[in-house]
Design a protein around this ligand. Sequence first.
Ligand code: AMP
Ligand code: MG
Length: 505
Amino acid sequence: MRPEQTPKKFPKKSLEQLQFDNVYLGLPAEFYDYRSPVALKNPRLLSVSESTAELLELRPDQWRRSDWVALLGGERLLAGMAPAAMCYAGHQFGHYVPRLGDGRALLLGQVKTSRGARWDLHLKGSGPTLYSRGGDGRAVLRSSIREYLCSEAMHGLGIATTRALCLIGSDEPVYREQCESAAMVVRVAQSHIRFGSFEYCYYNGQHDSLRRLADYVIDHHYPELAAAENRFEALLLRVAERTAALIAQWQGVGFAHGVMNSDNMSILGLTLDYGPFGFLDTYEAGHQCNQSDHQGRYAFHKQPEIGLFNISCLAQAMVPLLSNDKKEAVARATSSFDTYRTAYQRQHEAVIRAKLGLLDVRAGDVALWDSLLALMEKRVDFTRFFRALSRFDRHDSGANRALQEMFGDGEGFDSWAKAYARRLAQEQSDDEARCRRMNRVNPKYVLRNYLAEAAIRQAEDEADSSEVNRLLALLRRPYDEQPALAHYADSPPPSARSVTVSCSS
Ligand code: AMP
Ligand code: MG
């Protein structure tokens, strides 16, 4: 690196040196409700993500402070914090709900870094708010561990997501199907604004607030769109593109979100609100990770289409901003559907070519992919297969026995393998270079439910968060081999295949 390219070094800070600068609170009053967090009984720090702490420029000695939990778990506030619950609405399972909002979370403040970035500190599990709708405002330990680990795992995979700074456990009982203990996660993102934030203004007829919100999002998150001829249309189209790209990436790693309600869709195209999510073990197109989703609305293969539904919710909410002429406004809003479809198609093709190790673009590639997935259906582990495919030998079919064995009878795979070998020959693919490329996009490790479950059991039954920390470290580098931890890449043992996850959290 040449001297002029050396990144400027910024001093690391103590918690007290963080500069809080909450521009979200400059929005009209209907967007939030000031509210103090309610600390948990006997709170304790279970884990810290050092890489998220680095984003905030925190000094490593800070999370070893005895008052860390008090300052981030809502018992005391740092100077400059002004906690508020964010208001939004949203389509839940296809039905509009006029007021949702942070029912169990608070925006503690926004930290401004020396690099000029601004990060929301969002405390989840912080007690009731104006938007709790009768809920207790708490989050259970198991769902907090899942959100904490998956946020960091997605980041490790290179997929846009809210981050997690730390996980706080407690002795506070909370009642779901049974008595559990409450926990908190401090989330970090450039914004927690959702599609549902726009819907809230639109359906309440608050068009001035809607405009203020759209301008806020452009000013702070999409400044390059400020000069566009129609900046609100440009915003809608950009969000459609980002959402499509995000969902194409989810499909590529076998991630099912589980609750793709429009209030869980980030205006920045981040993976947001981890609930009953799941990574595919055995490939199954219609896999439903959320046991509460009786209709299968959010099944794995429906996600791209649900992304479009959510874009249509956002587009509808933005109609008043797009033109004074109603017909023209609607035409602009609906043009986002094509933008989404085209972006999804493009990203999906890029993802599948990368997963197959293909460099050229050829007409039969999508069909090759689709025929592979049809063969894998209910038979083959998604993550393990693609990781193993990097070792495919295009010259010697006998060397591909291990792959063939993953399919049981192997017959269907043999003819697919011949087609794949022919396709690789067309671009004179070099096996070694292809292997290296494929291992950078086909992860070895993902947060399978049974792995998360083991970490949860240990934390719940033995008050021991070492497995949480082991997974956190493992999943930070999901594309690296990490031989000592190779067993974390195993498919679930038969006893763990029945792990189910519901909306209860
Ligand atoms: P989620 O499914 O976690 O995205 O939550 C949907 C809505 O319900 C959001 O407005 C949450 O803030 C709210 N909510 C979920 N659980 C609780 C709870 N235990 N107490 C209060 N509000 C909750
Ligand atoms: Mg939510």
